[in-house]
Write a protein that binds this ligand. Structure first.
Ligand SMILES: N[C@@H](CCC(=O)N[C@@H](CS)C(=O)NCC(=O)O)C(=O)O
Length: 213
C-alpha cells in the first residue's frame, strides 16, 4: 500500500490520512512529492489524475481524497473501529469531519499549517477568530458527549486525524485554549506518530512563501 503525500511541514490534507494509518500501525510506503515544485504536477498525475495529494494506492485501487482514504482504511483494514461505536456519537463525529472538510475557510487560508514554526504574538482576524470559536465549541461538545479524557470521541478516531492539522495551527500561532482543550492539543502533539511527522517536517528544506505568514 502506497500513500502519496505533500510536504510534511505544510500539507494538512496529507497529515490526516498519514496520521490515521501511522497511528493504527498499518504497513505502507510513503511517497513524498514537494508541493509547488516545478515537477509537482507531472509527478502527482502519475498517481492521481485530479492532481492533488494525498492519494492512496492499494492493490491497484486509487483513492484520491483524505476523507475517502480514511473511510477506506477504516473499512478495509480496521473493521470500522475508526468511528465511535454509538450511532449518534458516530453521526456527530462524521459531521465534525464534514465541517472540517468543507469549512473553516478563513482559518485555512489565513493561518496555514506550518508545523515546524512557532510564531509569537500572532494576531488573528475576526473571521479566523470565528472559526477558532466554532472549533472550541465543537471539540468541547465532542469531549463532553463521549465523556472522554483522551480523544475527541473516546478512542482515537478519524475526527482526531482530521483535526490534527488544526492542533498544529493552534500550536504554531499560539491560539489560547480552555485547559481541557489545551490538554487535548498536547495529547495529540505528544503522540509518537505526530512526533515522527514533526521530525520529518523539520528535516525538510523547502520554504513555501505563500504558506509563511
Ligand atoms: N479534497 C482533497 C484536497 C486535497 C488538496 O487540496 N491537496 C493540496 C495539498 S495539501 C494539493 O494537492 N495541492 C496541490 C495543487 O492544488 O496543485 C483531500 O482532502 O484530499
Amino acid at each position: 500500500m502506497k500513500l502519496v503525500i505533500g510536504n510534511y511541514n505544510y500539507s494538512s490534507w496529507s497529515l490526516r490520512a498519514w496520521l490515521l494509518m501511522q497511528y493504527k500501525e498499518l504497513e505502507f510506503e510513503t511517497v513524498r512529492i514537494a508541493l509547488f515544485a516545478p515537477d509537482f504536477t507531472d509527478q502527482i498525475k502519475q498517481y492521481n489524475p485530479a492532481g492533488k495529494v494525498p492519494v492512496l494506492i492499494d492493490n491497484g485501487h486509487t483513492i484520491w481524497d483524505s476523507l475517502a482514504i480514511c473511510e477506506y482504511i477504516n473499512e478495509q483494514y480496521l473493521d470500522g473501529s475508526c468511528w465511535p461505536e454509538d450511532k449518534h456519537l458516530r453521526a456527530h463525529a462524521r459531521s465534525s469531519c464534514a465541517e472540517m472538510h468543507s469549512g473553516f475557510m478563513q482559518l485555512r487560508s489565513e493561518v496555514p499549517m506550518n508545523c515546524r514554526r512557532i510564531i509569537d504574538n500572532f494576531r488573528v482576524s475576526g473571521g479566523v477568530q470565528t472559526d477558532i470559536d466554532r472549533i472550541i465549541t465543537l471539540w468541547t461538545e465532542a469531549l463532553e458527549l463521549s465523556s472522554s479524557e483522551q480523544f475527541l470521541y473516546g478512542e482515537f478516531s478519524i475526527a482526531d486525524a482530521f483535526y490534527a492539522p488544526v492542533v498544529y495551527r493552534f500550536n504554531s500561532y499560539g491560539v489560547e485554549l480552555p485547559p481541557q482543550l489545551e490538554a487535548y492539543k498536547q495529547r495529540i502533539l505528544n503522540l509518537p506518530a505526530c512526533m515522527e511527522w514533526l521530525k520529518l517536517a523539520k528535516q525538510e528544506t523547502e520554504v513555501i512563501e505563500e504558506e509563511e505568514v
